[in-house]
Design a binder for this molecule. Structure first.
Ligand SMILES: *Cc1c(COP(=O)(O)O)cnc(C)c1O
Length: 494
């Protein structure tokens, strides 16, 4: 059966999966959502025998119904190969009463690799299917990890260019170095004098600029997005929740259909939305625990039903979660409103105009699958220390937010269900904060020296992704003001 996608802001807009992937965002500013969430339709015993790649096919083929079997299998084979440093792709580590699902074994050591190593392949197949002749220009706003993962995925992919905007003072030194050393003639990296929300709003504004779009079309370019607003990012992220559940079952850690909780350190609400879709497909997930850092808009939302971004934007030790406008929440809102485009349109207008909105009590009722929590800077550091002291396992700052929130959740509810924590980055990406949390002085040392010390301390060797930027030369040095983003795009495209 064919699955179509519609816009959250206009139900009349209808697209195939490949069209939705090519477009990224709907023209009305809405996000593409599947008309219904397909059932998984595979027995757990079968899933338990599958490799990551086979699981990816089982899940993704339900969503991308206009891809042929060989097209999709080819994309999967090209994405989940030796770029990942373990054949399991996404291994589970049991520590302190939870299962850490390590999503950072790809080329750029953050979970963004899980989707961005396949997106370029989905995109080029989509272009071919829809007879797209223009060059595809990927415009991306990043809070640090998407940028590098997208650059690595799209570098030198024929028929594409990629432009990444990142907050100049809002990413970790390793994150910045990873991006500005990116090779590839089709890659452009730009720092902006602003925060992630500024970068994301700027990119969305360029997408919505129809005059600019026509101008570029004449020159042979069309835009698409590698952010998690693209359904081609979201669908590959559902896979690892199914895979993790099947692994736990195969390893005898859980019984058949035993409910588990999932904890996700959240920023743009993409990763946790993928877990929600996995649940809708029939995976026995009980609670979806949404963990925020001090930028706790989502925590407040789950508590009050009121989304309010009117607050100070804080820079934390988990920069990839420093976000006040969680774009993917729109997809959940739409679902909660029984797929009413009218409601989604109204609430998003309120958000754009007043910076806040409140959902109805009927919608709030349906939020009970979720639990919102947050971890302060001190609590996050304490979580890193406590897991390390208990079992010698070093987690990164984002994963630590989740670990801390899980601790609070258990204390508050007494829930003892088995729990998977999405481990979204390698500690090597946030070395300074991690070492400080472990009580190691970071003063006067650079990130690479610290990485060597972390290797001694954790027994985990310095990953290739860090080794390769140690001596690499910076190739990108453009920094612009927020209102100059469009100019920068024009300049790059000649
Ligand atoms: C992007 C990112 C997050 C947040 O994920 P969302 O899908 O935006 O909610 C959390 N941790 C790390 C390390 C990330 O890179």
């Amino acid at each position: 059966m064919d699955l179509f996608y519609k816009s959250t802001r206009d139900s009349k807009v209808r697209a195939t999966a490949s069209q939705a992937i090519l477009q990224g965002l709907s023209e009305d500013g809405g996000l593409f959502v599947p008309e219904q969430i397909p059932a998984l339709g595979v027995e757990l015993k079968e899933l338990a025998e599958m490799t990551y790649q086979e699981t990816a096919y089982a899940v993704m083929s339900r969503f991308l119904t206009d891809f042929t079997e060989s097209e999709l299998k080819d994309c999967i084979a090209k994405a989940y190969d030796s770029k990942f440093d373990l054949p399991e792709i996404a291994p589970l580590t049991k520590a302190e009463g939870a299962y850490y699902l390590e999503l950072f074994h790809g080329a750029t050591i953050a979970f963004k690799d899980m989707a961005l190593s396949i997106l370029p392949h989905l995109m080029t197949v989509s272009a071919r299917k829809n007879q797209v002749k223009e060059e595809i220009v990927i415009l991306t706003a990043t809070s640090g990890d998407t940028g590098k993962a997208a650059l690595a995925g799209f570098a030198d992919v024929p028929g594409t260019r990629i432009i990444v905007f990142y907050p100049k003072d809002g990413v970790s030194p390793i994150q910045e170095k990873q991006m500005v050393t990116q090779k590839g003639d089709n890659t452009f990296v730009v720092g902006i004098r602003g925060n992630f929300d500024d970068a994301q709003s700027g990119v969305k504004a360029i997408f919505g600029d129809t005059v600019f779009k026509e101008e570029l079309a004449e020159k042979g370019y069309r835009f698409s997005s590698a952010n998690s607003i693209n359904i081609g990012r979201l669908v590959p992220q559902i896979v690892y929740y199914v895979y993790a559940y099947a692994r736990l079952f195969a390893d005898g850690e859980i019984g058949e259909n035993e409910p588990v909780n999932v904890v996700v350190p959240t920023g743009n609400f993409g990763n946790i939305l993928a877990a929600y879709y996995a649940k809708q497909m029939g995976l026995p997930i009980e609670k979806l625990i949404c963990a925020s850092n001090d930028n706790k808009v989502l925590y407040d939302f789950f508590r009050t039903g009121c989304y309010d971004r009117n607050r100070e934007f804080l820079l934390t030790s988990s920069p990839s979660m420093d976000i006040l406008i969680s774009s993917n929440l729109e997809r959940l809102i739409y679902q909660l409103a029984d797929q009413s485009d009218e409601t989604a349109r109204r609430l998003m207008k309120e958000l754009a105009e007043n910076g806040c909105y409140k959902i109805t009590s009927a919608m709030e009722e349906k939020l009970k699958d979720f639990y919102g929590g947050y971890g302060s800077e001190e609590e996050t550091a304490a979580a890193i220390r406590s897991v390390y002291e208990a079992v010698g396992y070093v987690i990164d700052t984002h994963t630590a937010v989740a670990s801390c929130v899980y601790g609070k959740y258990k204390k508050e509810t007494g829930d003892t269900a088995k729990t998977v924590i999405a481990s979204t980055a390698s500690p090597y990406k946030f070395t300074k904060s991690v070492m400080e949390a472990l009580g190691e002085s970071a003063a006067g040392t650079d990130d690479f020296e610290l990485a060597d010390r972390l290797a001694t301390l954790s027994g985990v060797p310095v990953p290739q992704a860090v080794e390769e930027i140690r001596t690499a030369e910076a190739l990108h040095n453009t920094v612009v003001n927020v209102d100059e983003m469009k100019q920068a795009v024009k300049r790059f495209l000649g």
